[in-house]
Design a protein. Structure first.
Length: 283
């Protein structure tokens, strides 16, 4: 999940202070892409606290693994990152199941059945560079990150809190050149995940590169994107609508669509443990 990033921040002089998932920051309407996140720099980095050591290990390992566009992690590197993420706890990024946001009975995080509008998804940026990015996505119950792709990217998604339904596809022929708006895709996942669970990984053409998140309960998803979205480098985000293939349940037809309204997200400030850019991996 789906995370997911920001392409162009829209300046809003009326932006208000929001408090979501234990973080407080100025709310801005953003599109799912990416922006630069400052990190601490130190010539003699401090020893990470126990609460931030896992995050520092993840950050340093991502620096080792993602060397730039075109990098597809080797199996040992995938195992390394999955091992770190599988063992991460909400507290490693400043979250807790005790926060009011994650209470299933919290009216602010529940969907009003029968309404047309989807509840707003929020995200916070832990770190971003040209090689990789770290995000947390906060989905209220019923919140949706619509079906979208990750061109040329490898993405690790770790469900930290809550339950989420993930539906994902891979295109059968990624190089297909056709005037048809419909593309045949193989269904990779269509199930509900509950934290704690294993990290999911998608690759440029496999693993469910086109996926959708829909929160069953309020949830938080930590995403590692390598490399992040970049329109200039040909990694723009595309959105899809899926249609079942009646004769084959494991396949579906995907139609590319304009950016859905529910793809807009509220960006909030990250107030959890910080990463140290020149730090050390304590793996």
């Amino acid at each position: 999940m789906t995370i997911e990033a920001v392409a162009e921040a829209r300046s809003d002089p009326m932006a208000r202070q929001v408090k979501r998932a234990g973080y407080a920051g100025r709310s801005v309407v953003e599109r799912k892409r990416g922006y630069k996140k400052k990190v601490k720099r130190s010539s003699s980095p401090p020893q990470p606290s126990s609460a931030s050591m896992a995050l520092q290990n993840l950050f340093q390992s991502c620096k080792d693994v993602f060397k730039g566009p075109g990098t597809i992690p080797l199996p040992p590197d995938v195992d390394r990152l999955c091992h770190i993420l599988d063992n991460m706890q909400p507290e490693d990024v400043g979250l807790s199941s005790k926060l009011q946001y994650f209470n299933p009975n919290n009216n602010n995080a529940l969907v009003v059945q029968g309404t047309v509008n989807h509840p707003r998804v929020s995200y916070t940026t832990i770190y971003q560079s040209t090689n990789f990015s770290l995000y947390i996505f906060f989905l209220p119950a019923g919140g949706v990150i619509p079906l979208h792709n990750h061109p040329g990217m490898t993405v690790f998604s770790k469900l930290l809190l809550g339950e989420v339904h993930i539906k994902s596809y891979d295109l059968v022929d990624c190089q297909q050149a056709s005037s048809s708006k419909l593309r045949l895709a193989r269904l990779v996942a269509d199930k509900v995940y509950e934290a704690p669970c294993d990290t999911s990984v998608l690759y440029p053409t496999t693993g469910g590169n086109i996926h959708q998140f829909k929160a069953v309960t309020p949830c938080a998803i930590l995403d590692v994107l390598g490399p992040p979205y970049s329109r200039e480098d040909g990694r723009d985000c595309s959105y899809y609508r899926d249609f079942p293939y009646q004769d084959f349940s494991k396949y579906g037809w995907l139609e590319e669509v304009e950016m859905p309204e529910e793809s807009q997200m509220d960006g909030i400030e990250y107030l959890g443990p910080q990463v140290v850019e020149n730090g050390t991996c304590f793996c």
